[in-house]
Design a protein around this ligand. Structure first.
Ligand SMILES: O=C(O)CCC(=O)C(=O)O
Ligand SMILES: [Fe+2]
Length: 346
């Protein structure tokens, strides 16, 4: 299995990265920006309805878009600089958590993976080991031992409190940590994906590139009563996503799923999945989802967006043109133009 994938594939990105799914926080709207003319044609009226009713406000929107495009263009460069600064200045609290060890994984997870590695393994056989959530093709299983979760959170907390530079996971989360910049990729996330997750996703999501996931973006999202409480309805820049609850102590904040089409949340059948510390929820990246607000404490989750760069039958819709998406239950039509439906939360 390991031999089939290229270890050096960069997290797979689409060409529309600098034009699509730009999140306008003030209007809770995702937009596409190719030219000012196109943007005005596609969004001026929508923005007006959402309260963008002066030239000043409109100019501010254009300014924020240019800042976001600029951020995306320089993303790699800025990330490389932060990574180098972290390496130079940051001293880990628990250096061992950066290296994946079998002992961090629960016996249940190891049994599941062992089953999947078996030549006769089948999806039906595998389903006997997994908890199926009410949402279609969303699976739950215990991933990490509780002690490991505690040490990981302690390490990340220590990093948060250090003066080292921090990049944020994506445009929708204000707080969280990019695990590649901290040095988790090669020694932790890549072996986890290749040796443990790939056997599972190959059986569960062969139609969504699950058998050739060869890159990832891993980060930790953090919700706090004084920071982000929830996460808007979206889909991931991924074929398959693993979302593991690692701490700390929280109430509510369930994940919720809609459907695979980009319809407004108000029109979708919504199903909730509870976050339980140590347990992971595996789902298709294109499955629309969001997170409900926490009502107490702090919630930390490890998210691994996994992508397949060469999947012919992938869900990655660079092949499937679909309308841009809607948000937050409001019937807001974003771009009517057909475009890629991936690259959402970036
Ligand atoms: O907060 C969560 O559990 C969901 C996070 C998520 O969906 C994402 O970061 O893409
Ligand atoms: Fe997500």
């Amino acid at each position: 299995m390991t031999g089939e994938v290229d270890r050096n594939v960069r997290f797979y990105g689409c060409e529309c990265f600098t034009t699509d799914n730009i999140f306008l926080e003030d209007y809770s709207l995702h937009v596409r920006f190719e030219t000012e003319q196109q943007f005005s044609r596609d969004y001026r009226a929508i923005l007006l309805k959402l309260g963008c009713d002066t030239d000043e406000k409109y100019k501010d929107v254009i300014y924020k878009i240019s800042q976001e495009v600029d951020r995306r263009i320089h993303l790699d460069e800025a990330s490389a600089e932060r990574t180098a600064a972290i390496k130079r200045t940051y001293r880990p609290l628990h250096p061992h958590v950066y290296h994946l060890e079998e002992s961090y994984l629960t016996p249940e997870f190891k049994t599941i993976v062992e089953y999947c590695r078996n030549i006769d393994a089948s999806k039906d056989g595998l389903l006997k080991f997994l908890e199926e959530e009410a949402a279609p093709r969303v699976y739950r299983f215990p991933v990490f031992e509780r002690n490991f979760c505690r040490e990981l959170v302690e390490e990340l907390d220590h990093f948060e409190q250090s003066p080292a530079p921090k990049g944020r996971p994506n445009t929708m989360n204000h707080s969280g940590i990019l695990l590649n910049e901290l040095g988790f990729d090669e020694t932790f996330i890549t072996p986890l994906r290749e040796q443990y997750l790939l056997p599972l996703t190959s059986l569960l999501y062969p139609d969504c590139g699950g058998s050739c996931l060869d890159s990832h973006k891993a980060f930790v999202v953090k919700y706090d009563m004084n920071e982000d409480l929830d996460l808007s309805y979206h889909y991931d820049n991924a074929e398959v996503t693993l979302n593991v609850s690692i701490g700390k102590d929280f109430t509510e904040g369930n994940l919720y799923f809609g459907d695979m089409r980009q319809v407004p949340v108000s029109e979708a059948q919504i199903t909730e999945a509870e976050h339980r510390i140590t347990e992971g929820l595996l789902h298709r990246g294109q499955h629309m989802h969001g997170a409900l607000p926490i009502s107490h404490g702090q919630r930390w989750n490890l998210i691994i967006w996994m992508r397949a760069s060469r999947s012919a039958t992938s869900c990655a819709p660079c092949a499937t043109a679909s309308p841009h998406w809607w948000r937050d239950g409001a019937s807001r039509r974003a771009s009517p133009k057909k475009t890629h439906s991936l690259c959402p939360n970036v």
